[in-house]
Structures are given as structure tokens and as C-alpha cells.
Design a binder for this molecule. Sequence first.
Ligand code: ZN
Ligand code: FE
Length: 257
Amino acid sequence: MANIIAIPAFKDNYIWAIHSLEGSNLIVVDPGSADPVLEYLHSNNLNLQSILITHHHWDHTGGILALKKHYPHIQVYGPLKEKIDGLTHPLQENQKLSFPSFDMTLTVMDIPGHTLGHIAYFSSNHLFCGDTLFSCGCGKIFEGTPAQMANSLEKIKKLSVNTQIYCGHEYTFSNIAFAQKVEPNNLALKARLNEVLKFQQQKLPTLPVSLESELRTNPFLRCQEKEVIQSVQDYWGISLCSPLDIFAKLREWKNQF
Ligand code: ZN
Ligand code: FE
């Protein structure tokens, strides 16, 4: 599949820009702001073909209407279950979107928790997951329940380990600080921190990241690991039985961190 670039927006959002194979068309994911997208399109002499939206929050949708003013005929895909102005193609789980000139077919996955209608888009080796999974962390549970969020993360865990994950925010560095509290002895996490520090020095995004890396480093995907269970129980001073309770209390701990 084609070249994918991060267009930074606001303080720490990424608008993912997917280039068509021949290079003249662009699809953007979660344009919270139109200006950086328009600037990117103009300076690279590109046409905007489609917009993909993962959930209704303004920092992911705020640019839709302004982009439609400049490109009135674009397709705007997003979750059927959320109210988002400007959508032309409301999507349900398992729907497939085929973009031949991008050599890309994306499948829609429901991943509620951060918001109730949150969706992800995945192909055989790419995942655009908005604010559900972050590198070494996960989204805040604003509308759903811990069970919904845990179930959504379980669905993501079942994708190919080679999947490259494109998250909605650059939170990796601060997420690692928390993850190291949870798993101080996780060597893969130490290695990820070193990698992230190198990216930061070069002012490069820490994303995308592979699912394989996240399975080794992200405590929210590791609620069955001994050290994670022990740390969560120690923090709260209680004993917990189920992986779901561990997940819920881990998320609550992160909210306080
Ligand atoms: Zn959000
Ligand atoms: Fe966001």
C-alpha cells in the first residue's frame, strides 16, 4: 500500500495522510483542523479524495466542513452510530471500503469505549484506531464501560502482529512513563523508550508502531501478565480476580497518574 504521512495538528494530534499509488490523490484520517491539510495538499499539489473519521470528537472532525468547501464532492466516511456533520457515507461494522488507486481495502471494526460509536479501519497490515489504542496506552473511557473498552482492545489484539498502528495522538513518551510504573522489569518497554527518545531527538513521530511491539510493551494489552496484575493490586491495595477488573483498575490508575 501507499505512502502514509503524519500531518501534525493542534498540540499532539496526527491527521494521517494516505497517498494514492500514482501520487496525486490523498485520503486523510481524522482531520480535526482543515488548515494543515489544505497546506499539505497545496504544497504537494495534491487532490483530496476522501476523509475517514473514527469518532465524533472535535479534534478529529473539526476540519470536515471547511475541507468540503474546498472539495465539495469528496466522500466522508464515519461511524453511523455517531452524529457527525458532513458525513456522506455512514459506516457499520464489517463494511469494506475499497480504494483501488491506493491499492487499499479497509474493513470497519466497532471499537466502543472512548466513545460509543468509535470505529477503526483496518487492512491486512494497517490499523487506523483514533483514540482507542495509543502506543503504550489506551484512550480514556468517556462514553463506554471498561468492559466495552477491554473488548475493543481484544479485537485489535487479534489482528496480524505485523499490523502497523496509526493512532490519533502522540502520547507515547508520557504513556511509557506510566507503563514503566506498571512494569518496571519489562525490557521491551525499556527498548521502546530508547527508540522513542531517538525519534524525539529527530523531531519524528513515534508512530506508526507494530502490534507486535504493542503486545510486548502496552500494559493495557497485558492484563494477564503477572507483573501487571501485581502492580495494579499493590497500587489499590486490593486483590482482583478477573482480567477485566485488572483492566478497569489499571485505566483508573492511569487517570490519576
Ligand atoms: Zn477522542
Ligand atoms: Fe482525540
